[in-house]
Design a protein around this ligand. Sequence first.
Ligand SMILES: [Zn+2]
Length: 410
Amino acid sequence: MNKKLLDRFLRYVAIDTESVPDAESFPSSDKQKRLLGMLCEELQELGVKAYMDDYGYVYARLPANVKSNYSLGFIAHADTSPAVSGKDVFPIVTPDYDGGDIPLAEGRKLSPESFPDLLSHIGQTVISSDGRTLLGADDKAGVAEIMTLVETLVSHPEIKHGAVQIAFTPDEEVGRGTDFFDVKRFGADGAYTVDGGGLGELEYENFNAATAKVRVKGLSVHPGSAKDVMLNANLILMELQSMLPVEQNPRYTSGYEGFFHLDSMNGSCDEATATYIIRDHDRDKFEQKKKLFGQIAEFLNAKYGAQTVTAEISDSYYNMKDKILPHIHLVENAKSAMVRAGVTPKVVPIRGGTDGARLSYEGLPCPNIFTGGYNCHGRYEYAIGEEMEKCLEVLLNIVDVYKDFDKSKK
Ligand SMILES: [Zn+2]
């Protein structure tokens, strides 16, 4: 595979950039700035104007070398998930994968028995960790692909392109990747996060999301003399759960099906609390789900007394689709860029949120494209070298399409 791309990737995964949930500082861990600072320097060494701000965001811009009025952006995050350690990553490169087990450290193995997807990569280059850490392809594959794109454009001035904006961000994995992202400074008309999974993945729809904080006030008395007096908060909370549609539960939903998820609960007879998350791609169904939750609380209050149940529902993020549709060319052009690279586009609804979703609501329409990474957030994470190459080719094709794109005609 492309040695430059592989070398970059291996260099980046060796740097620990694990982000930390609920940190007070930003970025959540200072070590992320080591990689981000390094990326900034590498961009400068390539002769690209690049800047890292105090939060650790790296912004860079490649001026157009043709007359073009569309400014295109690419974004990847440099942090890795706190789900599994990202310290001392020892990548294992298996070229010409034969379909068998890949032995890892400490007796572990990356096996098609557990991960049948591997069998579709026979003959390709599998890059994994040694099983003691995650690999960090999420999203250092995206970082390496974008960096190699920049290097290719810089070293081949004969490749014509419009303005290209690049950003590398911290803290995506702890849900704060866009907290201080400066959309204005970035200056793109439209962008892509390069943070997806396997070959051909293209995403521009995500969940609408809300959190419901439930509090049930009970009335605790001695169980021996509780008749007609006791209100057991635990039981009322269980009653609330029992009134939710039983099939709209993460375990039973996929694709475009939304759900109510009981994320945590705590309780005694006196008081019980619970946190639910509510998700649906469809905005109307999302609003209905929130309404239903409120109605259940009202019903229980009518039954047990006012203020017994309070449900505070707050929205977390929305489906970016509404914001992408007026810029659907970003999706259509990504599809044609894939087809040109011999890749079949696979449009899949994201069953979660992305930084691109938040950015889309801040005025930067931002679908997500594949990186060639699999099994993210785990010790069996791996990337496919040839798919990373295809990603690079797709990025180059997208750049090519947008050099001729006239935004005044949209
Ligand atoms: Zn990611």
